[in-house]
Design a protein. Structure first.
Length: 89
């Protein structure tokens, strides 16, 4: 019996990894950021509407890097966009 490696039928977006760039920029000099900071930086990076939607789902508050990544990854996973756009760390 011949076995084939599983393949993904999901193509990566040309914007794959862009949200990671936003996270990296946000924490370049700060340990905590506000939701508004995240939205403003995301808009300056000209993210696609799908990723802007993910950012807009953040509850108001202050975020350390781990908490922000957990929130964003949860939304990406909930929309099944992790493989399309990538997750953040």
């Amino acid at each position: 019996m011949t076995r084939f490696a599983p393949t993904s039928n999901i193509d990566r977006s040309p914007d794959y990894g862009q949200l990671q760039r936003v996270v990296d920029k946000l924490y370049e000099h700060d340990k905590f950021v506000r939701r508004l900071d995240v939205i403003m930086v995301a808009e300056t990076y000209d993210l696609p509407l799908d990723l802007l939607e993910i950012v807009s789902l953040l509850p108001p508050g202050r975020y350390n890097r781990q908490r922000l990544c957990d929130q964003l990854n949860s939304s990406l996973t909930g929309h099944a966009w992790g493989q399309v756009y990538g997750t953040v760390q």
